[in-house]
Design a protein around this ligand. Structure first.
Ligand code: IVH
Length: 682
């Protein structure tokens, strides 16, 4: 391709990728498969690596850029990011509505109702881009409301944040090239759960809730971590020149949608307090199934003129209010503690409670995490405890309540020294919080393994629920997950509540699961620490279960996210003859255990480098290895054909020569960026 062709292709790819990112991350309506999307992205990365001069800051490849040097720069907000006053009842809403009407005089009073997302507010500043559009320049936390922290590099990794807006859209909305968008960053529950699984694997305390986890994430100094955490940004304000966009709140939300931002779809226009309460009731119903946490509803006066008339108190606008859901905690009695055995043999204590209504559901069990938790809280059976429930998250015991009406319990709980399911001794490894049953034949483990194998997101075998599994085990029909594949219709119809039809459906589901793919199989095996993402990365890297089984620690650790703990768990798993046999049996049954290997793009193919001076961390030899591993060539002297000179401290004549010939000079960071498929900083 000639240079103009490449530039053209790059532009087309970017447009196409942006379009698909918008469909996927903003509208939730993907139009192509992940693999097709990756193919577009890989082509773009390849072209940009070969033509670094064509890389622009708003290219979709640039979401993970450099790191903020140290800490975060403090930046004053264009106008303070205020808080909201709260209402907790219909009466309080009615009072507020009355005040609004009084102060508004003859100006119109209508409200927008939005969900109150439980995340962090951030402000995004867009500035003019050379093509007449706007591009993301700065992302700030709320900070103390007056001054925020510059978290731009982290914000750029959030896929629902557009990196730029074309001139045409600005023209249509009559927006200038510089504007500001404010909204809420939330961590979806699935991302939160994944994060806590990871933290557990690393022996870290779990994050308490998605909001804290999102806050911690936005303030990490490692943008690649942020990129992995799948935060979502919902926009709700648009500002121009530090003032709210004068068209009012409904039009603002529409404009933000048109600009490509994700705007929460659960919104409405309301006039009366009765309408507000209807919206609240609706939101409370949706709460459990949204997939992210909300803690109330925000009502805003729609018309800008009315907003201005109402003005602000010191801390909040008078034209908006947050209706907060009632606290989702309640006090009840701890009747007993029950131990359940997980698929890895982990013993989890569960609180058995006097049933109580919390946040819309009746709760009779709550997690107690592990033995330490019980000890730390000094829990006694018979205690009164506070139980909390956030959204659809599993309820948890948060504290012991003790007062005149709530006397302490009197029975100590001693954590069992044997597995409650099989009676074998349990062990607790050094540095671990959990007790485990290590009996390979523990029936609880087999039951949980089967349930895990068939679960949604794993092998996805519809119909393989608790009742079916228990019966299969009771009849001795399965002794390992591999046995699922040799079940027959006759065996199944014999089971209680198993009609011919459901037997046939279950068998069809089991047969279908053979095509689930290598990543799912890896997850299904239940190797410790190997969750969805690790399984996918392993599958992509190795392409087959045989290759994974043949790999040593070093090879395994070449996979992103696989460190010594995970590699050790994988090696340990496959070193056991029983597991080797299991894999063989799955293969014999026709379960797919191969995957398409990720094409490694040679990032530096066709490029030549000259090294000069001392680099800060890499030796000459290491730098050379990195370049060559990425397909580049290292030569001794600078010529016009040299693509890059990598210069360190005390670079000599080669650097002069590079300048004379106008060869690009980069430092070690620049080299590492190139190797990683990014453009070196200018
Ligand atoms: S409007 C003048 N709308 O709630 C500040 N805030 O308790 C008005 N929040 O700091 C903010 N969802 O972080 C607004 N739909 C929404 C919101 C929302 C969540 C947060 C925001 C704000 C806090 C106030």
């Amino acid at each position: 391709m000639t240079e103009p062709d490449v530039a053209h292709r790059i532009e087309n790819l970017r447009d196409e990728i942006r379009h698909h990112e918008h469909l996927y991350y903003v509208l939730d309506k993907p139009a192509i498969s992940d693999a097709e999307f990756d193919a577009l992205m890989n082509e773009l990365k390849r072209l940009e690596a070969a033509h670094p001069a064509l890389v622009t800051a708003d290219s979709p490849t640039q979401r993970v850029g450099g790191k903020p040097a140290e800490g975060f720069r403090k930046v004053r907000h264009s106008r303070p990011m205020l808080s909201l006053d709260n209402a907790y009842s219909e009466e309080e809403l009615a009072d507020w509505n009355r005040r609004v009407h009084e102060l508004a005089g003859n100006l119109p009073v209508e409200y927008t109702a939005e969900l109150k997302l439980d995340g962090l507010s951030v402000a995004l500043h867009y500035e003019s881009a050379p093509d007449g559009g706007a591009r993301l320049a700065t992302g700030l936390t709320r900070g103390d409301g007056q001054v925020g922290e510059d978290i731009t590099t982290n914000i750029r990794t959030i896929r629902s944040v557009p990196l730029g807006t074309p001139a045409e859209k600005l023209r249509k909305l009559r927006l200038p090239q510089g504007f500001e968008v404010r909204g809420e960053c939330v961590m979806p529950e699935t991302a939160f759960e994944r994060l806590n699984e990871e933290r557990e694997r690393e022996g870290l305390a779990p994050a308490v809730n998605p909001r804290n986890a999102a806050a911690g994430t936005l303030r990490t100094l490692e943008p690649s971590i942020v990129a992995n955490r799948r935060l979502v940004f919902y926009a709700y304000f648009l500002l121009v020149g530090g003032d709210y966009w004068p068209q009012g709140q409904t039009a603002t939300l529409d404009a933000l949608t048109a600009l490509g931002f994700r705007v929460n779809p659960h919104r409405g226009r309301v006039d009366t307090v009765a309408d507000m309460m209807k919206f609240v009731a609706e939101a409370e119903k949706q709460r459990a199934t949204l997939g992210y946490e909300i803690d109330g509803v925000v009502l805003k006066v729609d018309a800008h003129a009315t907003q201005q008339r109402l003005g602000y108190t010191g801390r909040a606008p008078r034209w908006a209010i947050a209706y907060k859901f009632t606290a989702e905690s309640a006090v009840t009695k701890l009747e007993d503690i029950m131990i359940t055995v997980g698929r890895s043999g982990k013993l989890t204590p569960t609180a058995m409670l006097t049933p109580i209504f919390v946040g819309g559901v009746t709760v009779s069990r709550a997690t107690l995490h592990n033995a330490d938790f019980i000890e730390r809280k000094g829990l006694l059976i018979g205690d009164w405890v506070r139980v909390e429930r956030g959204g659809d998250v599993i309820p948890k015991v948060v504290e012991v309540v003790e007062d005149a009406d709530h006397p302490r319990g009197n029975r100590r709980f001693s954590f069992p020294s044997v597995c409650p399911e099989c009676g074998n001794a349990v062990v607790r490894e050094e540095g671990e919080a959990d007790w485990r049953c290590v009996n390979a034949d523990c029936p609880a483990k087999l039951r949980e393994s089967l349930l895990h194998f068939g679960a949604r997101g794993v092998m996805n075998i519809e119909g393989l629920g608790e009742a079916a599994v228990q019966q299969l085990l009771d009849r001795g029909l399965v002794k390992s997950v591999a046995d699922l594949y040799s079940l027959t219709e006759e065996q199944l119809v014999d089971l209680e509540r198993f009609a011919e039809k459901s037997a046939r459906t279950l068998l069809a589901e089991i047969a279908r699961s053979k095509k689930a793919g290598l990543a799912r199989v890896l997850m299904g095996l239940g190797i410790r620490f190997v969750g969805e993402r690790t399984a996918e990365l392993l599958a992509e890297e190795f392409g087959s279960i045989d290759a994974i089984m043949a790999a040593d620690a070093e090879e395994l650790e070449r996979v992103e996210e696989v460190g010594p703990r995970i590699s050790e768990a994988i090696l340990d798993f496959f070193s056991r003859p029983a597991n080797q046999e299991l894999v063989q049996r799955l293969k014999d049954a026709g379960v797919e255990t191969t995957a398409e290997k990720k094409q490694r793009t040679a990032q530096l193919a066709g490029l030549t480098f000259v090294l000069t001076g001392t680099l800060p961390t890499l030796t000459r030899e290491q730098a050379k290895e990195k370049i060559e591993a990425a397909g580049g060539k290292v030569v001794g002297s600078v010529s016009k054909k040299t693509s890059y000179v990598v210069a360190g401290e005390e670079a000599g004549s080669k650097l002069d020569k590079a300048r004379e010939l106008k060869v690009r000079v980069i430092d070690e960071d620049g080299l590492l960026a190139l190797v990683a498929g990014r453009a070196p900083a200018k």
